[in-house]
Design a protein around this ligand. Structure first.
Ligand SMILES: Nc1ncnc2c1ncn2[C@@H]1O[C@H](COP(=O)(O)OP(=O)(O)O)[C@@H](O)[C@H]1O
Ligand SMILES: [Mg+2]
Length: 428
């Protein structure tokens, strides 16, 4: 039997020594560890390499893309199997990977449907939170303005889609939202406009000058990448550049890569979050229309550096509902604090509670290594370790029980090295 049909390899246990650890695709995994601790190289990249089905992967570095790109393009049985190559599409707003097949995506497409317009707007605005907090705004304020931003953007997307307008028109409105009369007019007058959305729009754009000013700034931040003509031309359909057919790509076991970068001036997170939501919705639609009632083989979402790449507002609900439909989730973050900033304490804890396996890489000097486990209050790793310590997770032999690794102080053992050999290139 090929175990990669059922799950991905996590590593080998230290205690008891040498037991192979695998994570079933219907189990979710959260990976925490400081930068450079091995989250990508030791866990996420190998999981993606071995995965036989369609996948989405978020990335912050070109190196991480190159770790898996060629392999993910190869036919299912390997380069020599003679089968057809698997498709890939890379959303690459900063042109870090010239020459790779590009992902072209239209943010307005489909927004005639108010439900889709709302989800898309919320995804774009969720991507502003981490940047706003890093810029000095408190996280609760950042989340408030993200919610106000969503009301504005959903109205703009819906109004544009209803009247056949394009992203260019939306950007014209975003450049000066308070003065833009067209979208409010469309939402008031159009026979198919969602009722009351003109009220939501004007409520978010009228009120105290401070509040409106912050909302406008956040709306512009959510769409900021598109204000760069070269980025817009690269990501959005144009003459001779149709939008990528995501359903077709996923049906052929393809891979969607979202390649961002750490950039304090131009965060790709709003755009990447919105595209990721669309890809996950597409995978869900495949599951719902499949005769098996699920995606086969499973679809893998490898959400690396989740808080800074794709802080999906829907992640908790998806992890709860969709893992049974063949959508598998692995996310990575550097610290627990990052998760709290994005999601708020309550939502972050719920997300943590829903994660079947928690893998913690110790050794960093960030709050990850000293923070207490949010659910059991045990310190995740022994403080002061200088070298990367052992992550671990539930053994596949006890699949019905959620088990969490909370470090040596909880288990009573003290791993002195990584529990498995970790070569500097991802293992297959
Ligand atoms: N392509 C590579 N070749 C060699 N070493 C690498 C490569 N990518 C990362 N590393 C090193 O491996 C270690 C783990 O990196 P990585 O998995 O990217 O960390 P994380 O994802 O936790 O930030 C780091 O010390 C990093 O410098
Ligand atoms: Mg990484």
């Amino acid at each position: 039997m090929d175990p990669t049909q059922l799950g991905w390899r996590l590593g080998r246990s230290l205690t008891p020594r040498g037991v192979e650890l695998w994570v079933r695709y219907d189990r979710t995994t959260g990976v925490y560890g400081a930068q450079g601790s091995g989250k990508t190289l030791d866990l996420l990249a190998p999981a993606l390499l071995a995965h036989p089905g369609a996948a989405i992967a978020t990335l912050t570095k070109l190196d991480d893309l190159l770790l898996t790109l060629a392999e993910r393009q190869a036919p299912p049985g390997g380069p020599d199997s003679g089968g057809p190559a698997r498709p890939v599409a890379v959303l690459d707003p900063f042109r870090m990977a010239p020459g790779v097949p590009e992902l072209v995506w239209d943010p307005i497409s489909g927004c005639v449907d108010p439900m889709l317009a709302e989800r898309r707007a919320k995804a774009f605005s969720a991507g502003t939170v981490t940047g706003a907090v890093a810029g000095g705004r408190a996280d609760s304020a950042a989340r408030f303005y993200a919610a106000e931003t969503a009301k504005v953007l959903q109205g703009f997307f819906h109004a544009a889609a209803l009247t056949g307008r394009t992203l260019e028109h939306v950007l014209e409105w975003v450049a000066n939202p308070v003065a833009a009369e067209q979208p409010a007019e469309i939402l008031r007058q159009h026979v198919h406009a969602a009722r009351f959305w003109d009220g939501l729009l004007s409520g978010a754009l009228h009120g105290s000058a401070d509040t409106v000013g912050n909302t406008v700034t956040t709306v512009q931040q959510a769409m900021s990448l598109f204000f760069q003509p070269s980025i817009r031309a690269r990501c959005v359909p144009g003459p001779g550049r149709p939008a990528t057919d995501l359903a077709d790509l996923l049906a052929h076991r393809g891979t969607v890569y979202l390649l961002g970068r750490e950039d304090p001036y131009a965060s790709a997170s709003p755009l990447m979050t919105a595209v990721a939501e669309h890809v996950l919705d597409t995978a869900l639609a495949i599951a719902n229309t499949s005769p098996h009632g699920r995606v086969t083989p499973s679809f893998l979402a490898c959400l690396d550096e989740l808080p800074s790449t794709t802080p999906l507002p829907t992640l908790r609900v998806r992890m709860a509902n969709e893992r049974a439909l063949g959508l598998s989730f692995v996310y990575a973050a550097q610290t627990w604090r990052q998760m709290v900033v994005c999601y708020g304490e309550d939502e972050a804890r719920s997300l943590f509670g829903l994660t079947n396996n928690i893998v913690i890489f110790g050794g960093g000097r960030t709050s990850t290594s000293t923070k207490r486990c949010p659910t059991c209050s045990a310190p995740p790793v022994s403080p002061g370790r200088a070298s990367p310590t052992a992550p671990a997770a539930s053994a596949p032999t006890a699949p019905s029980k959620t088990s969490r690794y909370c470090g040596p102080s909880r288990s009573g053992s003290s791993p002195s090295a990584r529990p498995w050999s970790s070569p500097r290139t991802p293992h297959r």
